[in-house]
Design a protein around this ligand. Sequence first.
Ligand code: GUN
Ligand code: ZN
Length: 439
Amino acid sequence: SHVNRLAHRGAVLHFRQDPGRHGTDAYEYWDDGLLLVAGGRVEAVGPAPAMLSQLPKDLPIMDHGRGLLLPGFIDTHIHFPQTDVIGSGGSNLLDWLENYTFPVEGRFADPVHAQEVAEFFLDELLANGTTTAQVLGTVHRAAIDEFFQAAQRRGLRMIAGKVLMDRHAPEYLQDTAASGDTDTRQLIETWHDRDRLHYAITPRFAPTSSESQLASAGRIAEEYPTVFIHSHLAENRDEIEWVRKLFPDSRSYTDVYDRFGLLRDRATYAHCLHLDAQDRRHMATTGATAAFCPTSNLYLGSGLFDIAATDAAGLRFSLATDVGGGSSFSMLRTMSEAYKVAQMQGQHLSPLRAFYLATLGGARCLRLEDRIGHFGAGTEADFIVLNPDATPLLARRMAQSKNLVERLLLFMTLGDDRCVAATYVLGQPALIKRSARSQ
Ligand code: GUN
Ligand code: ZN
């Protein structure tokens, strides 16, 4: 009866709660499951034999064999212009920014360049099974406009923003408090909640915005309560010391953002490594969340995200790549590095929780869980298929695995974009496989 009604059969996993808090009630899993998609949305999910007995005999079925169907990954913090910074040197955050990142971002004054990178970036996200990301641009308004247009053409749910920075950066990368305010407001009016797109007010971090620019960001955030806020916080010791000197009246780095009204629901702060209990508890009460970026924190030597302290403060967090400080577009690789960061502190990140963080956990931090991140009826059918036989080693270890948790740990330990067999956006195949791209 429905147009475009199609059933996808395979192993199916999705989350209802955080396994870090709700144990095994947190997820639904079927070895032989069925995801029923109609009109680009999830109609139903469950065990294949029982569902098929209730469905019309002529319903088309896509059989994914041993593939694992999951909601598309959600990357809550990534820089599209830093696609061309990934794997650059830099001894620490501030050196890496000045000597590797700012020069590359300078090229985004050219919208033609911005468009080419945006297309490559979106291909790369989809090849890695990421269907939604919260994305920083550069200071250039036209560059983020190109990004939004590219995401719109592909029908993707994406959050993005023009970077605000009016000091302590090269001249060619600075806006002013006034131009940043005007550009941000116009971009919100053009893109926020248009199709599947959302705007994020994006002060790069406290050191590169004047008090007047932070105040402007806070005013816009108050005027547009559904718009996102996106920045960096407490990543590196030298950065924190710099903030202490620039804002001597603030109790802490976190307090700087708070004073300007930048801590609230739908505000995401990347890193949050060097916070105290008061910062974490206060952030939690405002509704702001942390983005844990393990490959970046290890690559730049910034520090180890403390999951236990974050949980103890009731502060919610998501998982993110932070390309190009981060060293991979893959949320599987990111989960694996997050697992190791926990190990280094005598903590444990369960594979179930890692997959939760990369799907429903991210959606919840972004307050998008009514639309994406799980297979509840009526949600948007952005989903992926992971192939357990993608490499000889993975296939061998998978054949030895005894349960779901072991298989998830193998996917995150050994997997990357080679495992992503398919990526669907609103029920339509959207993945261009690497092998096809390179031909
Ligand atoms: N802090 C300010 N800007 C950046 C950036 O581009 N990457 C990271 N990792 N941290 C930052
Ligand atoms: Zn970042």
